[in-house]
Design a protein around this ligand. Sequence first.
Ligand SMILES: [Zn+2]
Length: 159
Amino acid sequence: MADVLTQAQRRLNMSRVRGKNTWPELILRKGLHARGLRFRIHRKDIPGRPDLAFISARAVVFVHGCFWHGHRCPLFKVPETRTEFWMNKILANMHRDEIVARQLQAEGWRSLVVWECALRGRGRLPLQTVLDLTETFVRGDQLTARIAGDFSPRDTSSP
Ligand SMILES: [Zn+2]
């Protein structure tokens, strides 16, 4: 019974973290829409089914959860239980991300990854900054870019 509950809880957590329409994704969508940018979401006919696709700009945006996509940042922590199980999953996700990146490039899509840590946690950037950077990417011609949280020390005078 305990194990059943644990599995149900895990599924819930997974749907919340990995699923579509996560909080960071929604806040980004809302902000970009308010700026007049128009996009499609979760298009199945584009490699990796990107969270946002700006068709005429030939640009896609992924909002990646730092845990699920193995970001080297303070939001990622190796799980203390079932470590191998989780690490295998995360490594598989990272491998898939690499394949998707190559497919997108081959099909002429420009791609931006917005890491979760840019939008939440102590390293988060001001939302307007994330929106500025995203809008600049969409309207520009850069092929790939990523936006991540800023974890550099804020106060260099402290010991
Ligand atoms: Zn991160």
